[in-house]
Each structure stands twice: as structure tokens, then as C-alpha cells.
Design a protein. Structure first.
Length: 428
């Protein structure tokens, strides 16, 4: 695996740590900025909305640059926002800082996934994306506790300064380790090529599947703490340890999915959604049984957000591997976070603490239904092979095409390997 992919994981780790840092420092920040804890909670929402809405615009702004300068430009924007947060003297300044860092974080995800695809062979893109996305998993597992520890002992501003130092290190290593790649075509052809793929209805369906996968998981994840303490009976000191176990499960699951994403892309998403629906429903039924709750929560960690590599590969095969497509995909993932957490909160208010788990199970089932058209196409595509070869592959397997990709926008003809590769590199 090229070292650039590991370096990009470090950058993602810095971004994710910044995304989650507010959640661990709410009381200190509320006291310092003279606002309420719910108002500090809005900073989390502002970051997520800025990611979903603003990230693609920053990506478009840097697309005319070669990948390495584009990454460094996004680092610069993120760094400015983080310094602004560390020095904020009022709530309005902090809110602005969170918007800036949210926009930059989303653009970085899109550009980083695009570069990860560009520096690796097509048949191992899933594994490369999994390595890069381990920055996300480790940000949840290690970044948040680290920032919370620093903030608790040295003040919340110290946590933001620590993220600033981490960002500078990641940017410096990126400048050295990421190779020089071709810039987009002259005259903005790269942007035009990327915009054209959004005319494909199939791409929007694929993007919606990603929203449902992440929404199902975050409907539950957002409320793990109150569920574990209020229903499962664990004390508050035990919950962080359980969440570390959940984070470790996401790292394992992400690695496994990365190895399956290239050859069994749709199959691994079907299996992941089906298992997640079972784990979420089981958790809802057995939340008051401590051991069962921990086992089922760990299962959610194994098959929830860990679908990211498979989701990214499917989006790239349906659209292309360019930075704008990847950033828009990241926006749909963020939309899943927003929907799962916000609707889950409404459910808690009306139906109690178990209800977000049922919501998650329902979203997972909807995710399975969104894959039905893809599975139907694959059954139709495999029929001629069965006639000539006398033996069709199992329904859970991805149907082989000239490149192993899903069909083009027309849904009739597989995408040739060279065409997909060119589309993936047209913008980088």
C-alpha cells in the first residue's frame, strides 16, 4: 500500500478529532463562552451542516490545483478555522470557526479519498480507502478521548491547540509523502466531467444507500450513552470503556470490509445492512440485559460505519473517482449522521430510550430495499452467463463485468475498465 494512503489517514484523523472535540468539552466551553450546554451542542450541528452543504463548494474551488497543493490548501483553511476556535472570545466567533472547519473537513475527505484511489490499482481501491478511513475510526476511538483528556486537564482551548499542532504535522507529512499527480484538464474539463455524472439516476440511488447505512448506525450511536446508563444499568464510569470497545470493533470491521469491497461490493453491503438490522433490533429488545447490550453494540460497530470502503467504491464505480463525486458522497454520509441523530432525538422524546434503536433498524431495512434495483440488475445480467456457462454465481456475489464495475448510467452496458479508470482520474 502506498505510504501516501497512510498519510491521508493521519489528515482524516485530525479532521475527525476536531469534529468530535466539542462533544467532550461541553461544560467547560459553556462556562467559558457564557452560553448554555444546548447552545454548545449546536456547534456540533453547525459543523455537520457545514460539512454537508459547504464541503462540495470548497472542493470545486481547489479542483484546478494538482492534488497535493489542493490538499495543502484545504489544510490551510482547516488550520485557520481551528486557530479561530482556539482563540474565540465569544459564541459567534466559535460558531464561525466551526463552520469553517466543517467545510474544510468535508472537502478534505473527498479529496483524500480521490487521491487514495488515484495512487492505487483499481482492484485494491477498497483496501486503500479502508486504510485512509481508519483515520475516521481511530479519530472516534482515540482522538475524542485524547482531546477530552487534554481539555479536561489544560482547558478546552488547549484541546484545539493540540489539534492545530496535529494538523500542522499532517500537512507537513502530506507535502513530503503524497506524490505529484496530474492536475485536471485545462479549461475546467475535469469539473465538467464530474458534474455530468450527477445526471445519472443510478448515482443518486447509490448515494441514498450510503445515507441510510450511516443514518441507521448514528440513530443508535448518538444515544448509546443514555441507553447504556438509563436502560442497561451501567454506571457512567463504565460507559467510556464500552465505547472504546465499540471503537475497536469499527477498526476491525473497516479492515475486513476494505478487503471485501473490491470483489464483493454489493454483497458486503447487503450482509452489513442485514446484520445491522438484526443487531439494532436485538439491542432494542435486550437493552436491559447488560451482557447482551454490550455484545449487540459491538456488533453494530462491526457492520455499521465500517461499510464506508464498500460505499465509496460503489459510488466511484457508478460515477467516478474524482474529488467532487467523493465530496458529495461524504455530504450524503453526513446527511445520514444528521438524520439519524436528529430524528432519533425526536423518537427519544416521544417513545423512550429504546426507540432510536428501532429507528436504526428501520433505516437499515430501507437501506436493503434501496439495494434491490442493483440486485435485480445483477440477476438479469447473470442470466446470459448462466445459459452459456451452465452455472450462474450465487445471488450474493457481485456480477463480474469487463472491469468488475456496476453498469453505466443507462444500466445496460458494463463500464470497460479503461473507461472507469479514466473517469476516476479525469479530475486527478
Amino acid at each position: 500500500m502506498p505510504r501516501a494512503v497512510y498519510v491521508l489517514a493521519l489528515g482524516i484523523f485530525a479532521m475527525v478529532t476536531s469534529e468530535f472535540v466539542v462533544a467532550g468539552l461541553m461544560p467547560q466551553m459553556a462556562d467559558s463562552l457564557d452560553v448554555t450546554i444546548p447552545q454548545i451542542g449546536y456547534l456540533v450541528t453547525a459543523f455537520a451542516v457545514a460539512m454537508a452543504v459547504g464541503g462540495p463548494f470548497l472542493t470545486v474551488a481547489v479542483m484546478r490545483l494538482p492534488p497535493r497543493p489542493a490538499l495543502l490548501m484545504v489544510f490551510a483553511v482547516f488550520l485557520a478555522g481551528n486557530v479561530l476556535a482556539a482563540t474565540a472570545t465569544g459564541y459567534g466567533v466559535m460558531l464561525a470557526a466551526r463552520v469553517v472547519t466543517g467545510v474544510a473537513a468535508q472537502a478534505f475527505f473527498g479529496v483524500a479519498i480521490s487521491v487514495s484511489s488515484a495512487v492505487t490499482r483499481e482492484n485494491v481501491r477498497g483496501r486503500a480507502i479502508a486504510v485512509a478511513m481508519n483515520g475516521l475510526m481511530l479519530g472516534t476511538l482515540l482522538g475524542l478521548p485524547m482531546a477530552t483528556f487534554i481539555g479536561g486537564h489544560l482547558g478546552w482551548r488547549a484541546a484545539f491547540w493540540a489539534i492545530t499542532v496535529l494538523t500542522l504535522i499532517a500537512a507537513a507529512v502530506t507535502a513530503v509523502a503524497v506524490p505529484r499527480l496530474e492536475r485536471p484538464g485545462a479549461g475546467g474539463s475535469g469539473l465538467r466531467d464530474e458534474m455530468q455524472v450527477f445526471r445519472r439516476p443510478r448515482l443518486w440511488l447509490v448515494l441514498s444507500t450510503s445515507t441510510l447505512i450511516i443514518g441507521a448506525t448514528f440513530a443508535a450511536f448518538t444515544y448509546f450513552n443514555p441507553i447504556l446508563t438509563g436502560v442497561s444499568g451501567f454506571d457512567a464510569d463504565t460507559v467510556p470503556v464500552l465505547l472504546i470497545g465499540y471503537g475497536a470493533a469499527t477498526v476491525v470491521g473497516n479492515t475486513v470490509v476494505g478487503r471485501l469491497a473490491d470483489r464483493r461490493n454489493v454483497g458486503v453491503q447487503v450482509a452489513g445492512l442485514a446484520l445491522n438490522a438484526v443487531f439494532l433490533a436485538g439491542f432494542a429488545l435486550l437493552a436491559d440485559v447488560g451482557t447482551a447490550a454490550v455484545v449487540l453494540m459491538t456488533g453494530i460497530g462491526l457492520v455499521g460505519v465500517t461499510m464506508n470502503p464498500a460505499m465509496a467504491v460503489r459510488v466511484q464505480r457508478t460515477g467516478n473517482a474524482g474529488p467532487l463525486v467523493n465530496t458529495v458522497h461524504a455530504s450524503f454520509i453526513t446527511l445520514g449522521v444528521i438524520v439519524g441523530s436528529s430524528v432519533g432525538g425526536v423518537f427519544v422524546g416521544h417513545f423512550g430510550l429504546r426507540s432510536p434503536l428501532w429507528l436504526g433498524a428501520g433505516l437499515a431495512v430501507l437501506g436493503l430495499l434501496s439495494l434491490a434495483p442493483e440486485l435485480a440488475w445483477r440477476r438479469r445480467a447473470v442470466a446470459p452467463l448462466a445459459v452459456s456457462a451452465g452455472d450462474a454465481p450465487a445471488a450474493s456475489e457481485d456480477v463480474p463485468t469487463a472491469s468488475g464495475d456496476v453498469p453505466t448510467a443507462s444500466g445496460d452496458v458494463p463500464t470497460p475498465s479503461g473507461t472507469e479508470e479514466a473517469a476516476g482520474r479525469s479530475a486527478w
